[in-house]
Design a protein around this ligand. Structure first.
Ligand code: MTE
Ligand code: MO
Length: 310
């Protein structure tokens, strides 16, 4: 993964021109290598047979525009319309905000959001985001690994799962006055998934504080799972022994499972999951197993029937 220091990415224009430059540089370097090979034609051995087709490489991570990331959102507490969330969420109060971390831990604590940010300074992580609906983005998050927070509260030996809960506040969140889901929105991970290096608590996007429509002030990001696992505006984190109920599995158990790992080979009952539309692109592209993170996370599911544990 390309590592870019958050301080290098403002303003956004510069970010893009720098990336375009780097991408161009890659081509030049590759071209130079190729040229070197051709330059030794006289002594070169006859051309080798074409190598067997390799597994498809994940496409490069070209971040989605900031504008698209903050104006095309799923956040049912505000609206079912992706284009309608941002306006309805613009006055959402994210300060004061505290997050209660408890359950099966030795040191339960309630953190003010400012203290969390001080204790766990955010770093940039550029991740693919794949919604179960078949669209995707690439998002330059700022955040800290959830594992750091969990280690601070010291999980007890019988803790096996982590449960996350969104704020319940129907006055601020109009969608919570009814709708298709049970409120508050809740999600869960197995403890080893929660402790994985890729699992992020996000506090920013493109080096700016995360906006309400994206889950301010603190949201989960699990890049190898469908987007609905990445719960927004978290107020409570609880370690449990039993698998916690999750909002979408409660609403439609045959369509949304607990694991929800991105899997192009297992279709949603009502549509294919084999391709996705990257927001900003015209054509669709293949969806990758574990959303392109198989090398990092497949070991977590060894021996499990991944078609069953959607
Ligand atoms: N609390 C809460 N979290 C949520 C949702 C939601 O409706 N409520 N939607 C989920 C879905 S389906 C997706 S795809 C992502 C969208 O995140 P984004 O709007 O930042 O792209 O948030 C997830 N987290
Ligand atoms: Mo989603």
């Amino acid at each position: 993964m390309i590592k870019i220091n958050p301080s290098e990415i403002t303003p956004e224009k510069l970010f893009f021109s720098r990336r375009t430059f780097l991408a161009g540089l890659g081509t030049v370097v590759a071209g130079a290598v190729l040229l070197n090979g051709c330059g030794t034609e006289e002594t070169a051995p006859p051309p080798a047979p074409a190598p067997p087709a390799a597994a498809p490489e994940p496409p490069p991570l070209e971040p989605t525009s900031y504008d698209a990331i903050i104006s095309y959102n799923n956040f049912y507490e505000f609206s079912l319309s992706k284009e309608g969330v941002a306006a309805l969420a613009q006055d959402f109060k994210t300060s004061p905000w505290s997050v209660e971390v408890g359950g099966l831990v030795k040191r339960p604590q309630t953190f003010a959001i400012e203290d969390l940010l001080k204790q766990f300074p955010p770093e940039e992580k550029i991740y693919r985001h794949r919604c179960v609906e078949g669209w995707s983005m690439v998002i330059p998050w700022d955040g800290f690994p959830l594992s750091r927070l969990l280690k601070a509260v010291e999980p007890q030996s019988n803790a096996r799962y982590v449960r996350f809960v969104t704020l319940l506040d129907p006055e601020q969140m109009p969608g919570q006055n009814g709708g298709v889901l049970d409120w508050p929105y809740q999600e869960g991970l197995r403890l080893d998934e929660a402790m994985h290096d890729l699992t992020l608590m996000a506090t920013g996007i493109y080096g700016k504080p995360i906006l309400p429509q994206n889950g301010a002030p603190l949201r989960l990001v699990v890049p190898w799972k469908y987007g609905f696992k990445s719960i927004k505006s978290i107020v409570k984190i609880e370690l449990t022994e039993e698998m916690p109920p999750t909002t979408w599995a409660l609403a439609a158990p045959h369509e949304y499972g607990f694991y929800a790992n991105v899997n192009p080979g297992v279709d949603h009952p009502r549509w294919s999951q084999s391709t996705e539309r990257r927001i900003g692109d015209l054509s669709r592209q293949p969806t990758l197993p574990f959303n392109g993170y198989a090398e990092e996370v497949a070991y977590l599911y060894e021996g499990m029937d991944l078609t069953r544990f959607f």
